[in-house]
Ligand binder design. Structure first.
Ligand code: COA
Length: 432
């Protein structure tokens, strides 16, 4: 067998040349968020008009590449597995496509060819002496796609950390390599206001020392993290690692010591944060990055006792159905790992699943606790799974409660200005 360095040299090419590996009709799998490969996607954009019916499938596209253009969708079309800022408008206008999914199940869908994966474009760390690259920024579904794809193209960047865990790809599995050295994209923490802080305080009060945390995406989950600095021996088994979790490690609140499942280790599937976070991940024995069918599997994650899942929703109806990912029929994001971790926390001994939301939107003119979801709303967490729901007005506990009890609990945490109207509507619906 050739030595890894020889293979590396043989496979090294330019981004423009690498595009020859793409065929009409192919689906290109790209990792979540900042794991996307900018040099390759720029080259694809520059040549997009040469292709026909090529798809790019990804969770949380970060940059608005040239191929994201309604004029060229017959050439190259984006398929969102979760909408982000770069794709939301295209999704709402109908020229970015959408495949609904549970994040945990995307690898199985790729393996079963329900989600096609002929090509992979991924960022990767530099190769180690044994010939391995780490897909530390997004092991997610990309590892499954690598096992399936006809062509695997890695964009090797010295700023990508070499993390431990099941996120390594050997040079012999790779079809072509390109090199880039731009800093990995940094994503700051969202702005947090008094409402987010009030919600976070309610959640933090219910988190015991020794709990294992999954921190979701959005402003409130990050606000919760900031309220946890005085806690002890927290553990991490999550989907996304970001700067919030890093700050809990730095202040000593996270030790992973009391985790009963994978003690001593933090587990995640993708990273989104600052250069400091990416440096922290480099060869850090405390952290493992794994595919999402491992991190988010509700049964496996539920093996963590006292698993606390904190995830945001956009609105909730009086039965507890969470419309977390669309505003009516207009798509906003995706299910991501929300449902996976709600179910995991429900299975965990001592686990708590929190769904968090401000009580209103648009300067208190719209209640986010609603009698029924608007037509077309995508339900992310079902009425059968939802448990703790938290607004700035308190905590509603729903599991095991009847429809009438749920309505009462949820009206109790709605904005006071909407409570009478919600009660009247619940009566009209024969719920109260
Ligand atoms: N009607 C009208 N507008 C509404 C609304 C409603 N019912 N609910 C929310 N909005 C608006 C907000 O006002 C806000 O607008 P702005 O940006 O102009 O201020 C916007 O929608 C986003 O709402 P916000 O509460 O700030 O959302 P967020 O940034 O905290 O993100 C999501 C929440 C989208 C991340 C979350 O709902 C989601 O996608 N959940 C599913 C995925 C998930 O939980 N993954 C977890 C594992 S990582």
């Amino acid at each position: 067998m050739s030595n890894p360095q020889d293979l590396y040299r043989q496979k090294l090419t330019s981004p423009a040349e690498a595009m020859r590996l793409v065929r009409d009709g192919d689906s290109i799998i790209v990792p979540t968020g900042v794991g996307e490969a900018p040099a390759l996607l720029t080259a694809l954009s520059e040549q997009s008009r040469d292709f026909h019916d090529v798809k790019v499938s990804q969770i949380l596209a970060m940059r608005k590449y040239g191929y994201l253009d309604p004029e060229t969708v017959a050439n190259v079309r984006h398929v969102a597995l979760f909408f982000g800022g770069a794709t939301r408008a295209g999704g709402q206008a109908g020229w970015v496509d959408f495949i609904p999914n549970y994040f945990s199940e995307i690898p199985a869908q790729i393996e079963r060819e329900q989600i096609p994966a002929q090509v992979v474009f991924s960022m990767a760390s530099p190769m180690d002496d044994e010939g391995y690259f780490a897909l530390s920024l997004g092991a997610d579904y990309t590892m499954a796609a690598i096992a399936k794809a006809r062509a695997v193209v890695l964009e090797v960047n010295p700023n990508v950390p070499f993390a431990f865990g099941d996120c390594r790809v050997h040079v012999s599995q790779v079809t072509a390599l390109v090199e880039s050295d731009q800093p990995v994209m940094e994503v700051g923490l969202p702005t947090i206001g008094p409402v987010q802080i009030a919600i976070a305080q309610h959640v933090a009060d219910m988190i015991d020392d020794g709990s294992t945390l999954q921190i979701g995406y959005g402003g409130i989950p990050d606000a919760v993290v900031m309220q946890l600095t005085h806690k002890h021996d927290l553990g991490i088994h999550t989907e996304m690692i970001g700067d919030g979790i890093l700050s809990l490690v730095e202040c000593g609140a996270v030790t992973n010591r009391r985790k009963n499942y994978l003690p001593g280790k933090m587990i995640a599937t993708f990273a989104l944060g600052s250069a400091k976070l990416y440096r922290f991940m480099h060869r850090n024995p405390m952290l493992e990055m794994h595919p999402v069918n491992f991190t988010n599997d509700p049964t496996l994650a539920g093996l963590n006792d006292n698993l606390v899942a904190i995830n945001a929703t956009l609105q909730i109806d009086l039965l507890g159905q969470c419309g977390s990912e669309s505003l009516g029929y207009a798509p906003f994001s995706g299910t991501g790992g929300q449902s996976d971790f709600v179910r995991a926390a429900n299975r965990s001994r001592g686990g708590k699943a929190f769904i968090v939301l401000p009580s209103t939107a648009k300067n208190d003119t719209i209640s986010r606790v609603v009698p029924v979801l608007a037509p077309g709303t995508h339900v992310s967490t079902s009425k059968n799974d939802v448990n703790y729901v938290v607004t700035e007005y308190g905590v509603a506990q729903l599991r095991g409660k009847s429809a009438g009890q749920r309505a009462r609990e949820l009206i109790g945490i709605a904005h006071p200005a909407f409570r009478a109207e919600l009660t009247a509507q619940a009566r009209q619906m024969n719920v109260l």
